[in-house]
Design a binder for this molecule. Structure first.
Ligand code: DGP
Length: 139
């Protein structure tokens, strides 16, 4: 486990600042987001300091997703929302504000106006094929 002295989530992991804890194991911590968009909005963090999906080792990513599934199941059992997003942001343009990899568990309400949803407009098949090929070359 590598933690950072100045990181707010590392301080929560070390219990230096409080949180509303939902779950803890040897690899992850889950707690309520302090700025919830809906009741039950939670965060899951690995007990390893790295900024984002690019810098976090795979074993910490998978531990985080496993815990996120467990938290999502508990949030669903608690609030029975009509939808739920797992959301993870990388970089300021993607609205990442805390530079410690984390997964949001966000219960949704119908027509709640959150803006990460988009209209289901079919893509151009040729363009999709071209884009898939471009990305595959970088996999
Ligand atoms: P993001 O924008 O994806 O980096 O989300 C960071 C989230 O972290 C944001 O929704 C607010 C939350 N947050 C920031 N500081 C604290 C804190 O001290 N405690 C808790 N519980 N949540 C925090």
């Amino acid at each position: 486990m590598t933690l950072d002295a100045d990181c707010i989530f590392c301080k929560i992991i070390r219990s230096e600042i409080p949180c509303f804890k939902l779950h803890e194991d040897d690899r992850t911590l889950a707690f309520l987001d302090i700025n919830p968009v809906h009741p039950g909005h939670a965060l899951v963090v690995p007990k390893h300091h790295a900024a984002d999906v690019f810098e976090t080792p795979a074993e910490w990513l998978s531990a985080t997703v496993e815990t996120a599934q467990r938290v999502a199941q508990a949030v669903r059992a608690t609030f029975d929302p009509p939808g739920l997003n797992l959301l993870q942001c990388n970089g300021p343009a993607a609205a990442q504000s805390v530079a410690h990899y984390h997964m949001h568990v966000i219960p949704r309400a119908t027509d709640d106006g959150l803006t990460m949803n988009w209209a289901l407009v079919p893509g151009d098949m040729d363009e999709l094929a071209r884009i898939a090929e471009q990305i595959r070359t970088n996999m």
